[in-house]
Design a protein around this ligand. Structure first.
Ligand code: SF4
Length: 349
């Protein structure tokens, strides 16, 4: 091993965090942890990991579950297509592979929802196969230490970093090596690193050229679009109404209050006039509350949301798409985090 890898492994032994998915070589649990960690920070991910793996401890249990249960366990993590893919792939492995997680990188890579990064993580952590895991932390570490300014989000950059990561990968313990690289990038070569405490400081290109804050380079600026969501909480006695989201949009198959989406923000007066509401205008209703605008940022869109709470009369002819439920049963349904926040902040339910 060269100086770089030796130092990183040494540092890892002394500084690594005690994380539950590092104590197992069960590919199923490693797979779950990797997908969760694509959604959230490690400290928050631990709770989700325990919740998900206690609810679905094996591939078989996940395969047997219905989609609503899986989405409910995923609630709050966002990117629900990842939960649906986990579910699909668990069913596929159960049916087509006798419930046994494949042990070859190329076969793992073919599974739905598993890209090169996750395939390399599962293959190396569970089966000690020699495939580098190049996540955002590893890109940052490699670009700074070796002084590479090729954009990490370009095709050329991805190839270049992958090649370099493969070259420095030792033949022995590739799983441990990948963990060490990721952990070093996450904790030591962090976005704002304390270089003077770094064991690599004497040989680090970026430190010596004073360009630590310039690396890594990214070329693409993510375009964002604005959306305006008006949720209608319709209440009659102890009942409220939900609809299931469909189509190829965010939060597919999650439940929500009847929603009006507009391309421009509505004025207060327009909301009070209750025009274009997603239920008959003739319905007798009594306005109880309108929440202030809540800004909710996703990776490519910003949602400005309000919740409008109405009491309605029983005769309202509501769409058949709405499901009538007891208010107290709302917890049984997977809803977007945004709706949870609106309900929590306003203490409506
Ligand atoms: S010296 Fe600073 S920039 Fe270089 S590897 Fe260490 S923490 Fe990263």
């Amino acid at each position: 091993m060269n100086h770089f890898t030796t130092q990183i492994h040494h540092w890892y032994t002394k500084n690594k965090r005690d994380l539950p998915w590092r104590k197992t070589n069960d590919p199923y649990k490693i797979w779950i942890s990797e997908i969760i960690l694509q959604q959230t920070r490690v400290d928050q991910g631990i709770n989700y990991y325990y919740r998900f793996t206690e609810r679905f401890p094996t591939i078989g249990k996940l395969a047997q579950a219905n989609e609503d249960e899986v989405l409910k366990a995923w609630q709050g993590l966002g990117y629900y297509s990842r939960a649906r893919n986990l579910h699909f792939t668990a069913r596929y492995i159960q049916k087509e592979m006798n419930g046994k997680f494949p042990q070859e990188y190329d076969i793992i890579l073919k599974l739905k929802g598993i890209g090169p990064y996750t395939a390399a993580a599962v293959a190396s952590f569970a089966f000690d196969l020699s495939h580098p895991v190049v996540d955002g932390n590893v890109y940052r570490l490699l670009s700074r230490y070796f002084g590479i300014d090729t954009p990490v989000d370009s095709t050329k950059g991805k190839k270049e970093f992958y090649k370099l990561a493969s070259e420095i990968m030792p033949a022995k313990n590739p799983g441990l090596h990948n963990q060490a690289m990721m952990e070093f990038g996450a904790l030591q070569c962090a976005p704002r690193p304390v270089c003077l405490k770094c064991p690599l400081v004497n040989s680090c290109f970026a430190f010596h050229h004073k360009i630590v804050d310039k690396l890594p380079v990214k070329e693409k600026k993510t375009k964002q679009r604005n959306r305006y969501f008006y949720y209608y909480l319709l209440e009659h006695d102890d009942n409220i109404y939900l609809e299931k989201r469909s189509g190829n949009d965010i939060w597919k198959n999650l439940y929500q209050f009847p929603l009006l989406e507009t391309s421009e923000e509505l004025k207060e007066q327009e909301i009070l006039e209750l025009k274009n509401i997603p239920f008959p205008e003739s319905c007798q209703k009594n306005l109880k509350t309108i929440t202030p605008v809540k800004k909710h940022i996703l990776s490519h869109q910003v949602i400005f949301a309000r919740l409008i709470h109405l009491e309605i009369e029983i005769k309202c002819n509501l769409s058949n798409n709405y499901i009538k439920i007891k208010k107290t049963n709302l917890d049984d349904y997977a809803v977007p985090r945004l709706m949870e926040i609106l309900m929590h902040e306003t203490k409506i339910l």
